[in-house]
Write a protein that binds this ligand. Structure first.
Ligand code: FE2
Length: 221
């Protein structure tokens, strides 16, 4: 299992003046460390990292990286993560997730993904709800990505929080073409699961077959 593939994230979950929490999912067990920088000077802040890792499947590892320190408000900070697999250490940069790359996750030419801690309780925020691919309407996350790209280094009008409410995916009501794709990916990363161990109804008709059919989960829940 020699890999360091990021499956999801890094996602900044929370930041305050004493701690910053970042989470992500990887396809292999790794040791994860983090660094926080002043974005203007690239000077590293004095921090201590504690990472909690959960194995959620055969090739699915979820990490919560908690960085403790003294973090200033109203100041652009940047973060990087360090993934150690054996003797190999990757960073977000070495995984080609930084500027001047089509997969960059940074905005406005910044050298690291950025965050700032507002001095007052969340003055501006982004909001999205009920993310469903086969529903009318555009994807709010894409609109928010465009909005952040247009914002310049003016913290006063930069969102400090993103609220995602409702369902962010509909496990029992997904777009039909996605069903076989997700089943294949799920088996690869989570492994084969006998769902009947979770609910005895899945041993009987009609649920015995519904669980494996497109949108069959709608009739079970
Ligand atoms: Fe919903």
């Amino acid at each position: 299992m020699e890999s360091a593939g990021i499956l999801a994230g890094p996602m900044l979950r929370r930041g305050d003046t004493e701690s910053v929490a970042i989470c992500g999912a990887m396809d292999c067990p790794v040791e994860v460390d983090a660094a926080i920088y002043f974005l203007d000077t690239l000077i590293q802040l004095d921090t201590a990292t504690k990472t909690t890792s959960i194995r959620a499947g055969h090739r699915l590892f979820i990490h919560l990286v908690q960085v403790r320190g003294q973090f200033p408000t109203e100041t652009l900070l940047g973060y990087d993560l360090f993934f150690r697999v054996g003797k190999i250490i990757n960073t977000l940069g070495s995984l080609r997730l930084f500027n001047k790359n089509e997969y960059s996750i940074t905005y406005d030419g910044r050298p690291y993904p950025s965050l700032f801690i507002p001095a007052t309780a969340a003055p501006t925020f982004l909001y999205a709800s009920c993310r469903k691919f086969h529903r009318k309407g555009d994807d709010a996350l894409i609109a928010e990505d465009g909005l952040l790209k247009r914002k310049k280094r003016n913290l006063a009008n930069q969102p400090a929080t993103m609220l995602l409410t409702g369902d962010q995916f509909y496990a029992d009501d997904m777009a039909d073409p996605l069903f076989p794709v997700i089943r294949t990916i799920a088996e690869h990363y989570i492994g084969k699961e006998d769902l009947r161990q979770f609910d005895l109804r899945l041993r009987e008709k009609p649920f015995r077959t519904a669980a494996w059919q497109v949108n069959g989960g709608l009739f079970i829940s």
